[in-house]
Design a protein around this ligand. Structure first.
Ligand SMILES: C[S@@+](CC[C@H](N)C(=O)[O-])C[C@H]1O[C@@H](n2cnc3c(N)ncnc32)[C@H](O)[C@@H]1O
Ligand code: SF4
Length: 404
């Protein structure tokens, strides 16, 4: 089994057509809904970066985004009825790039989100990019109660971002970070990548230092994965055999950051969160490309990376009038639920309660975990350890999906 970024289980590549489709009303009524996580997906970006296989498309015109938001509003209204009564305890808007929406559309999206019944004090996270993190949009987000703003930077070395087909000037990145700090978000996160073409230990450390100049509460260090259907595929294989990653990790630890997971680092004493969602908390995903997690079923719209596939799926989403059924997903039985809880607990700070899940102990190699918690070696190997927890059915589906 190859390495995979396991941030949920089952992996999205295991999803397939649901025949017959699943009625969402009875499914959600069987689910506890007092601690709901609500995720909103905005599948638009100013560009398609050469490494990115997320569900998104290049869109700069307001009209197609407005049409998308209309469908999103229809879906949200219908699902609000389906899951009622509920309490939302965590919120995120991701993508793509949510701040790619024009300001008036972002404002109307936020108005819609704030109509959901919410528990006070929950986290509200939004992703943004340097070119779109404008003072006007950030102000709207802060006014709406956004607590965490995450900015994709990838590298402060311009030649390295250009080599992965991401047009980005450092002056713009620093302007965006100044705009973000100016709004006073509780948590600021910066995404950086390791293994970019031409990256060296010293250029990575320079990038990290430039990021730390802004004292982010969180920093994600993403090892570059080159995936099929991305522009980088066949062009570059990633240039890290682990040394670059380790030097970045050590640098962060020497500069006041604790390692939370393979990718996530948190400023010591700061308010940052955790990378892995509570496996017991249901997630309702709204928007095209969003996933939803219930105890019995994980579902989403179909997935694509290539631009024609993404456009086709987006068109079908915009035309949808009835969002009351799931057509694509993965059914979980008791064994899959155990695997899910085990792998997500192990990969998170919480750790795995070995006495409750003894059957998984043999999946760990010497030195990878202590008392159910990953050691430094285990954290570094998280992307090899995660897939060992996959059931045979998920493994086969992931392998088949990865070949498509
Ligand atoms: C939704 S994007 C972040 C926000 C915004 N769209 C941007 O790029 O500025 C999520 C993050 O995933 C990471 N990422 C995406 N594709 C990746 C890949 N193939 N390998 C490693 N990291 C990747 C990038 O660091 C990226 O910032
Ligand atoms: S990395 Fe961010 S900006 Fe680039 S294509 Fe992916 S979602 Fe869009």
């Amino acid at each position: 089994m190859h390495s995979a970024y396991v941030y949920s289980y089952p992996h999205k590549l295991a999803y397939g057509p649901l025949d017959p489709p699943v009625e969402l009303a009875p499914l959600w009524q069987r689910e506890p809904r007092q601690q709901l996580f609500l995720y909103w997906h905005i599948p638009f970006c100013e560009m398609r970066c050469g490494f990115c296989n997320l569900f998104t498309s290049i869109e700069r015109k307001a009209e197609p985004m407005a049409e998308y938001l209309q469908a999103l509003r229809r879906q949200a209204n219908q699902l609000a009825t389906i899951v009622s009564p509920c309490q939302v305890s965590g919120l995120a808007i991701g993508g793509g790039t949510p701040t790619q929406l024009p300001s008036d559309q972002l404002e109307s999206l936020l108005d819609g989100i704030l109509q959901w019944p919410r528990q006070l004090g929950g986290d509200f996270s939004v992703e943004s990019s340097p070119a779109t993190a404008t003072p006007e949009k950030l102000f709207l987000l802060r006014q709406a109660g956004v607590t965490r703003l995450s900015l994709g930077v990838q590298s402060f070395v311009e030649a390295e971002v250009q080599a992965v087909h991401r047009r980005q000037r450092n002056s713009l990145v620093n302007q965006a970070l100044s705009n973000i700090r100016g709004q006073g978000f509780e948590v600021v996160n910066i995404d950086l990548m390791v293994g970019l073409p031409g990256q060296t230990v010293s250029s990575l450390r320079r990038s990290l230092q430039s990021a730390l100049d802004w004292q982010p509460e969180e920093l994600y260090l993403y090892p570059l994965y080159v995936r099929p259907l991305t522009r980088l595929y066949g062009e570059h294989n990633g240039c890290d055999d682990g040394d670059l990653y380790r030097s970045g990790r050590d640098f962060l630890q020497e500069h006041g950051y604790e390692q939370v997971s393979l990718r996530m680092f948190r400023r010591r004493g700061g308010p940052g969160g955790c990378e892995y969602a509570d496996p017991q908390r249901p997630m309702l995903g709204l928007g095209c490309g969003a996933r939803s997690y219930t105890r019995e079923l994980h579902y989403s719209t179909p997935y694509a990376v290539g631009s024609s596939g993404v456009r086709r799926i987006l068109r079908a989403y915009k035309d949808t009038q009835d969002f009351g059924q799931a057509h694509f997903g993965y059914r979980l039985d008791e064994e899959e639920r155990r695997r899910r809880i085990a792998v997500l607990s192990l990969l998170s700070e919480q750790g795995l309660d070995i006495s409750a899940f003894p059957e998984f102990l043999s999946l760990l190699q010497p030195g990878e975990a202590e008392g159910g918690r990953l050691t430094s070696l285990g954290l570094e190997r998280a992307d090899q350890i995660g897939p060992r927890f996959f059931s045979a059915r998920v493994q086969q589906a992931v392998l088949a999906g990865a070949r498509e």
